[in-house]
Write a protein that binds this ligand. Sequence first.
Ligand SMILES: [Zn+2]
Length: 271
Amino acid sequence: MEDILKIIYICNKNRKILSKHDIKRICEIIIKEKKYDSYVNKINFKSHEELDSVATYDGNELCFYKDGLELLKSITVSDANLNGSKIDLINYKILSTIFHEFAHVRQHIITNSYTDESRIYRICEKLYHIDNFYEDNYSIMLNEVNAFALGNLNAYKIYKNLPRGIITVNDINFYKRDVLNTVLSSYEVDLDKEKVKSPSEQLLNVLKKYDCIKIYDELKKIIEGSKNYNLYNRLLVGLPISFKNYAYVNMFATNFNNDDYKFIKKLQKKK
Ligand SMILES: [Zn+2]
């Protein structure tokens, strides 16, 4: 990851948005490091896609769309707590998009194993074949929940290691909160009743309306058997968490202090 850090460092320092060449180079570094070469045979850039996506992975080709990337560049910096330039934020979003797609690469690779996580991705794959299901339920598709979480988390991990002359402590905190807020945004919370509905439970509710009892039963079994997972692993695939744990994660997501970068370790320790 050292090389990715260098690319981001140079771009952010020179106020330059990651180019096609930079994106390709970052992908190549990840492919080499993770030994993904037989799963990503091609890195492509196309002008546009019917779906308004920034990037896609189809089990073989990783494709970035110019129109989607342009859209990322139009984001506005609304958070008053972000000190850095808009370019830092755009590069963070691009980097997060790259890691998002590599999360899908990883999902594709482990899809045939026998862990609950693999079972979850197999369920998502099946749902992909039901007309409009995926599009209509995009925010609670558990493979997407995972890809958004890992995308932001890995981009944050790079940003956290930028020299302090390039990034302020405040901004590292901004990106940290972004990671956690993204994860929490797929959980439905009822503050009065002190109840939290995870994306997996929301998906289960949707499945009730469809004629797919097998998938419903399978997901139900995974949810029921997930009690022993730590909080970090639950959040990464949208499994149920308690209201107390929701409040705990939210504390990190709203905390403006500078001394809690160990939140990942803390979430991993918590049941
Ligand atoms: Zn995705």
